[in-house]
Design a protein around this ligand. Sequence first.
Ligand code: ADP
Ligand code: MG
Length: 345
Amino acid sequence: MPTTQRTELNQLGEFGLIDRIKQPFEQKQHTETRKGIGDDAAVIDYGQDFYTLHSTDLLIEGVHFDLSYMPLKYLGYKAVAVNVSDIAAMNGIPQQILVSIAVSNRFSVEAIDEIYEGIAEACQNYRLDLIGGDTTTSRAGLVLNISIIGKVKKNKITYRSGARENDILCVTGDLGAAYLGLQILEREKQVFLANPHAEPQLEGKDYIVQKQLKPEARTDIVYELDELGIIPTAMIDISDGLASEILHLCKQSNVGAVIFEDKLPIEDISWLTAQELNLPIMTCALNGGEDYELLFSIAQKDFEKVNKIADVSPIGYITSADKKATLRTKSGTVYPLEAQGWKHF
Ligand code: ADP
Ligand code: MG
């Protein structure tokens, strides 16, 4: 029977939509399909001592990047790095990528070369083979899709669902910088549009701008954890903001969490920039997107070991599900964590 019902996309949101898409496909047709939709990468078991991991990401001009300040080479690099990040989030090592692009005649051959220079640099840095893709035309704007294949030893795989009460919650690197970098680039774009002769005010902002334009995936941490003999109980990469990812981890592990405001790793330049732009730094750290750091939980027995990794900060611990996910401020006030991450619709 034809349906006249119309539900607006923003009623569901991105995660609601994915949940809806997922439902008819829960029943698997292949025993090899270990984990489908719902983690950072799909997990396939071909009966060896490792799992194969698959993930993909789609980048659209005007939605995910703005070519007025995103150099094409960095775009290529970033498109690869964000995929590598999803493999790292499974505690895995990336191996191959497929790259699909849609371009209009607004782009020259040299422009495409630049994108592929960035892709090649990332392939070099993360030890990846580019093994295929697709090329087609686009009427409006550049579209870039990368799919990635990786692997992880079966006993080392880390899902979003393994966090247990009293585990320690850790984060790599620092938070909020990529979002603040984006705000600075947007500000400079507006200044330039108003006066093309104005000098860009980017001094001292290299770190946050770089974090936005050319982020690195934390495969280094996957290796460090391995060397120290630590297998996180759960892990996810931070693409939509810390709060949103903590909520994913808690939901899938059926736990709660408390994180401490004064434990969140934030660079001085991020504090200064937030002040300059009149933005609350905590909102940038909790809800600013695109950090591409790793959020993971570890058993208490591994706490001493994890402290040996310079670029990892313990930020809180896992509680029972009824405690929900919360932030405790310096003054002791407790707030529920809310996902204000990227709302695509
Ligand atoms: P991430 O932020 O780690 O890239 P996403 O939030 O994009 O993860 O996706 C969450 C899960 O939903 C992943 O398992 C992803 O493969 C899956 N997914 C996202 N979009 C779709 C879609 N249109 N169809 C099927 N699966 C999807
Ligand atoms: Mg992810």
